[in-house]
Every structure is written in structure tokens, then in C-alpha cells.
Design a protein around this ligand. Structure first.
Ligand code: ZN
Length: 137
């Protein structure tokens, strides 16, 4: 399977504060900021080579990222790997007994098809899968 790390998701308390580092100090370019309402996040995408840093700010305390921040504090939240055919990959993983958070693809940041795999099956890493060629990122 030819693939890549599509992005690395980092949970932050404040996008503005995080951009002071990732954009202003480190020198990455801010591609865009987007609200993904059904996930309860404001997302800032900063391309880095063939990949991206995805900064995630919760829109409220009762969102997945809000709960993550309350429990673990800011830091690496998930890794996103690109796949060719997301529905087929999910069916294959399910058949292998892998625990999925999303059994069907759904629409994530940038309109991309995404699905999450539970950390219990990945060695403790929340893994997002995204289908190549979907979305604007
Ligand atoms: Zn992501």
C-alpha cells in the first residue's frame, strides 16, 4: 500500500496562541482555519512537506477535543494516514477484529472522507484514516 501520513492532529487550548509558535516562530504557512461543526472543532491546517500539522481547538467543553484537553491537556491528539479506498479499508479492519470508532466514512475537515480507529487497537494512538483525493486539503 502506497500511503503517507496525511496530517498530525495537535489539540491546543487556543489556536491563536498555537499559531504564535507553529506559524510565527517556526515559520509554517497557515493554509486555512475552518470550523468542523459536527466534530466541535476549529481547525488550522499548516502544510509541512507532503503532510500537514492540524491544530485543533475545541468549540466547547463537551466536544471530543474539549474532553481530551480536560483529561490529558494539550498535545498530540491523532495521526492521520491516507488510504486508497476508505470504505474497503474499514470493512477489512472490521473483519480483522480491529475496534473502529467510525464504521462508515464521514465528512471531516476540508470535506474529506475520514474515519477514526480506536486507540485500543493501534497501540494507544488515535488513528484517523482519510481517503486520498477527497477534500480540499
Ligand atoms: Zn485529523
Amino acid at each position: 500500500m502506497e500511503t503517507k501520513i496525511q496530517h498530525l492532529g495537535v489539540a491546543v487550548n487556543s489556536l491563536d496562541d498555537a499559531l504564535n509558535f507553529w506559524r510565527d516562530a517556526l515559520g509554517l504557512t497557515l493554509q486555512e482555519v475552518e470550523v468542523v461543526a459536527d466534530q466541535g472543532v476549529r481547525v488550522a491546517m499548516l502544510p509541512i512537506g507532503e503532510s500537514r500539522i492540524e491544530l485543533l481547538e475545541a468549540t466547547g467543553a463537551e466536544t471530543p477535543v474539549g474532553k481530551f484537553l480536560a483529561k490529558r491537556g494539550p498535545g498530540i491528539h491523532h495521526l492521520c494516514v491516507e488510504v486508497e479506498d476508505l470504505a474497503a479499508k474499514l470493512a477489512d479492519l472490521k473483519a480483522r477484529g480491529i475496534r473502529l470508532i467510525d464504521e462508515e466514512p464521514r465528512v471531516g475537515a476540508g470535506g474529506a472522507l475520514v474515519a477514526f480507529v480506536h486507540p485500543a487497537s493501534t497501540g494507544g494512538v488515535l488513528l484517523e484514516l482519510t481517503q486520498r483525493g477527497t477534500g480540499t486539503h
